[in-house]
Design a protein around this ligand. Sequence first.
Ligand SMILES: [Cu+2]
Length: 173
Amino acid sequence: MQTPVLVVSLLGMLLVSAAFILVIRNSSVRQDNYAGIVTRGYSVRRWWMIALCVVGVTVTITSLTPFPITANAGTPPKVIKAVGGQWYWKLDNNTAMAGEPVQFHVTSDDVNHGFAIYNPDNKIIAQTQAMPGYVNQLNVTFTEPGLHRILCLEYCGLAHHGMIADFTVTEAN
Ligand SMILES: [Cu+2]
């Protein structure tokens, strides 16, 4: 593998050098009409800049969406403490009701883990980091009842794949 890489690198360097030599040999200094070229260049650059700004601002404004986390007006959320570790999840409660606001307080016993909640269709509906020494709050209001699962999204060692916890969401009253 070393030799082909070396050959390809040398060929690439030769190609670049050849391009440099070609440009230098063909660059006779032409002062004629230089001012006109400069003026036209600045004009093109100015309109290009204006066009880019218009496009940038338009794309930014049209793609703005409201911040997704809504404040819990009224009933305070149900707090569930979740702790990740090599290689387990500890939850002080593993049930919630659909429609009920839940706030997970997520931390870690050892290294960083990724706390991800999967719905019954195995799609991620919420995730945050589980970090030692920090408590991250994750607001979730489950919409569908059924067996959810919590998996680790941050590779954390040999049995990382085994960090799975069940979480049951019951029907709304
Ligand atoms: Cu992990």
